[in-house]
Design a protein around this ligand. Structure first.
Ligand code: SF4
Length: 325
């Protein structure tokens, strides 16, 4: 949000209820940008409010766009600074599109993906998702963890703010496989024409990952429950309450779930032990907290290998490629 505003080229920014950065009102005041809130639950002092209602969506949207157009003449050319760097990306994979990519339009199937995991071409798959956190070096956690997984033949699925970090690094284009993926993952990306990191939408679209996993289990050969699959979830720079909720449904679905900094539970040894150990016996998944993304990747890779061993899958075909620069 702030990065877009400081280009000086945003005539109006609309925010509703979620993940609105607290400094946004002060930053927009440094530029000509008009800030507009649309939810009665989340007004901001000194900021214009246009109440949204679904029944009048078109009229309200038109009104907001008109305000933006009227604000255009107030742009200060001296403050406009649009970076020249550009990166291509492929975004918006769904369960259905992955299905078609893997099997082709006329014989859509998850079989090639399941076979790749069973044959050891692919070690597993990890959802690297979630926020940026002002307490950490911006994007470092997402990008370092993702690259470490890719070179170890792990397919990465991403969403939300994490996807933007990956996109800026060029990881959401098929060519990224040549630079960052292990030999097995690279073969799959080359054959199917997909990026090694699949973007599935905003962070509330993480449920798409779960529906894809259901299809993978249905396809057969990799166990009967998510907790048996060589998969995991990670939020390497989490900060929002929404991330905690998503983390909990990830754990409840049976996944090992990495959060960088600990959730505010360490004051209670009982709660900490429950969500990082005991819950696994009930739901199959659990949290672990590790701020260092490379160490976190190590724990995740060990977990994937353990699941592979339990499923008696074939050994991995290839050694990891060298650490990316
Ligand atoms: S990833 Fe985090 S910061 Fe980004 S929209 Fe989702 S909850 Fe908000």
């Amino acid at each position: 949000q702030e990065l877009a505003v400081i280009t000086g080229a945003v005539d109006l920014m609309v925010v509703d209820v979620q993940c609105v950065m607290p400094a946004l009102a002060s930053i927009t005041n440094c530029f000509h940008t008009k800030l507009v809130t649309t939810s009665a639950k989340a007004k901001i002092p000194g900021v214009e409010h246009v109440q949204f209602s679904e029944e009048s969506a078109y009229r309200i949207a038109k009104e907001i766009v008109t305000r933006a157009v009227e604000n255009f003449p107030n742009r200060n050319p001296k403050k406009v600074n649009i970076p020249e760097d550009e990166t291509d990306l492929i975004a918006g994979f769904t369960t259905e599109t992955v299905y078609q990519f893997l099997g082709g339009r006329y014989r859509s199937t998850f079989r090639p993906l399941n076979d790749a995991v069973m044959d050891g071409r692919l070690r597993g798959a990890v959802g690297v998702v979630g926020c940026n956190n002002p307490n950490m070096t911006h994007d470092y956690g997402h990008v370092a963890l993702t690259k470490e997984l890719l070179r170890n033949d792990v397919l990465v699925v991403t969403s939300g703010c994490s996807a933007i970090a990956d996109a800026k690094q060029g990881l959401l284009q098929p060519e990224a496989a040549f630079q960052y993926a292990g030999a097995g993952l690279r073969e799959i990306c080359e054959t199917v024409g997909i990026p090694p990191v699949l973007h599935v939408g905003s962070c509330v679209d993480n449920s798409r990952i779960l529906t894809t996993l259901v299809s993978i289990v249905d396809e057969g050969g990799l166990g009967k429950d998510f907790s048996q699959l060589p998969i995991a979830g990670s939020a390497p720079e989490w900060m929002s309450e929404k991330a905690v909720t998503i983390g909990f449904y990830c754990v409840a679905s049976g996944l090992l779930t990495h959060f960088s900094t600990p959730q505010p539970v360490l004051g209670s040894p009982g709660v900490t032990k429950f969500i990082t150990e005991e819950v696994e016996g009930i739901l199959g998944g659990k949290f672990f907290f590790e701020p260092d993304p490379i160490k976190a990747a190590g724990t995740i890779l060990n977990h994937l290998d353990q699941k592979r061993a339990e499923l008696k899958l074939k050994p991995l075909m290839y050694k990891p490629v060298a650490t990316p620069v």
